[in-house]
Ligand binder design. Structure first.
Ligand code: NAD
Length: 497
């Protein structure tokens, strides 16, 4: 019998009747290995009810108590990260070392959240008026919803829930239905760490569960990560229903290589950032802008490195795994067909399959296009696969113009040895996260992660101080104590005296 992944509500696996399910694949074999339970509105309601019931006690748990649970969770996660990584590789397909890296980056947010007593400190002004003090405090929102994508089944939810929990909220996570198991192991770890039942809940499913979160009056905020059309939908529906929303969308990340750059470094990094995790990263580089006259040399350097890349089952020590599903692989493949038909130069064709893995796996090998123009769909669209496009540009200015004109603005990188050029780039580029000789500039947990333009809907980026701000509301208290004198009745607007 195929194993079933079901919900986690009020500190335990849900045991109700299953109505609808989805298939979970092992992408390296192409086989369905599990089924995942799709929540109905009634199940979603059960999870929100559990989270709402847990909120008053968790909100009032002392900062010391909350921090103790976070520290315990961090230790358990750290001791078991290989098990989480193995589940990710089984269902997502990314190679084990990459899966382990994802868990580590998520763990960093837990470590950041362990410092919550400091992060929650408000301000205090003594004596703003005679005998009057003013201070500010931040308080949790209540039940918060988190909806995450397939490409980071552990790290992306961890961008949000450690901070949401640390600040006193209770959580309902709706992970991707494509790789639902890692979050279940994490739910068990929270229980082991001593988190009270109902503070952390997981509901699996599709649009029905998502719409349930968007429409539920007891859900106060939505943190979403996924493709741009869905992010826009989430932002519009969530805000219309009065919720605070941060919705992180898709990407098309450009790497600008100036003629003075170290071209070997640039070629290595284009490979790492273009084909790592089979290009299924929102911070993947998918466009290399080669500034004249280095185009031929840079393309040759990238191409000569590609035959050494081993694509295959991520459990076998390969460099790149399969794509997440057959449907997604076919979509990415259709972009390669379209690029070729549009006249781009296909330097390395990833459709010629030679892998260390099962023939039925969802394979597509690293692909390199040169002479790509900005009207081609391989340039305009987010492909989310191992397809790297080189666009030749005549100057630094022309490269910057292309990046700024592109609708997405998640990440970008410049490769140069000219500090002045790098400084100018960081100033004038319209993108949220910038690398200087660094291709995947994912900020550390104590900074905030987020793009510009069509890569983010809402005001707040993820984690860092913006994360703390997102999951809390401010209050300002004005107080007067023990001064028996008063000025009598005065209907004027209060001012300092
Ligand atoms: P997706 O948009 O298909 O799914 C994301 C979530 O939305 C999933 O939980 C899914 O179940 C749900 N969903 C899907 N269709 C829906 C619908 N019609 N109505 C309501 N909910 C729906 O994204 P994905 O394919 O899982 O992930 C890849 C995408 O995520 C890429 O576009 C990638 O760039 C983006 N991403 C962005 C970031 C970032 O930080 N900006 C990070 C990771 C991934």
């Amino acid at each position: 019998m195929t194993a079933l992944v079901t919900h986690w509500i009020n500190g335990q696996s849900w045991s109700g009747a299953v109505e609808r399910t989805g298939d979970v694949y092992d992408p390296a074999t192409g086989q369905v290995t599990k089924k995942v339970d799709f929540a109905s509105r009634a199940v979603l309601d059960e999870a929100v009810t559990a989270a709402k019931a847990a909120f008053p006690a968790w909100r009032d748990a002392s900062l010391t108590k909350r921090t103790q649970v976070l520290f315990a969770f961090r230790e358990i996660l750290n001791a078991n990260k290989e098990s989480v990584a193995a589940l990710i590789t089984e269902e997502h397909g990314k190679v084990l070392s990459d899966a382990l890296g994802e868990v580590t980056r998520g763990q960093e947010v837990v470590e950041f959240a362990c410092g919550i007593p400091h992060l929650m400190k408000g301000g205090f002004s003594e004596g703003v008026s005679s005998g009057v003090d003013v201070y500010s405090i931040r308080q949790p929102l209540g039940v918060v919803g988190i909806i995450s994508p397939f490409n980071f089944p552990a790290m992306v939810p961890m961008w949000f829930f450690p901070i949401a929990i640390a600040t006193g909220n209770t959580v309902v996570v709706k992970p991707s239905e494509k790789d639902p198991s890692a979050i279940m192991l994490i739910a068990e770890m929270w229980k082991q760490a001593g988190l009270p039942d109902g503070v952390f809940n997981v509901v699996h499913g599709d649009k029905e569960a998502v719409d349930g979160l968007l429409e539920h009056r007891d859900v106060k905020s939505i943190s979403f990560v996924g493709s741009t059309p869905i992010a826009q939908y989430i932002y519009e529906a969530g805000t219309k229903n009065g919720k605070r929303v941060q919705a992180l969308g898709g990407a098309k990340n450009h790497m600008l290589v100036l003629p003075d750059a170290d071209l070997d470094l640039a070629a290595d990094q284009a490979i790492n950032a273009g084909f790592g995790s089979a290009g299924e990263r929102c911070m993947a580089i998918s466009v290399v802008l080669a500034v004249d006259p280095i185009g031929d040399e840079l393309v040759a350097k990238i191409a000569e490195r590609m035959p050494a890349l081993r694509t295959g089952d991520g459990r076998r020590g390969t460099d790149m795994g399969p794509l997440v599903t057959g449907v997604h692989r076919d979509k990415v493949r259709s972009y390669v067909d379209a690029g070729e038909a549009a006249g781009a130069t296909l330097v390395v064709d990833g459709r010629d399959i030679d892998v260390d893995g099962d023939a039925e796996g969802f394979w597509l090998l690293p692909t390199l296009f040169d002479q790509v123009t900005t009207d081609m769909t391989i340039y305009t669209d987010e492909i989310f696969g191992p397809v790297l496009s080189v666009v030749r540009v005549p100057s630094y200015e022309a490269g910057v113009q292309l990046i700024n004109d592109h609708p997405y603005g998640n990440g970008t990188a410049i490769f140069t040895n000219d500090g002045g050029a790098a400084r100018r780039f960081q100033n004038e580029i319209e993108v949220g996260m910038i690398g200087i000789n660094v291709p995947i500039p994912v900020p550390m947990a104590y900074y905030s992660f987020g793009g510009w333009k069509a890569s983010l809907f809402g005001d707040s980026h993820a984690h860092g101080t913006e994360g703390v701000h997102f999951f809390t509301r401010g209050k300002v208290v004005t107080s007067r104590w023990l001064d028996p004198s008063h000025g009598g009745i005065n209907l004027g607007f209060p001012t300092q005296s």
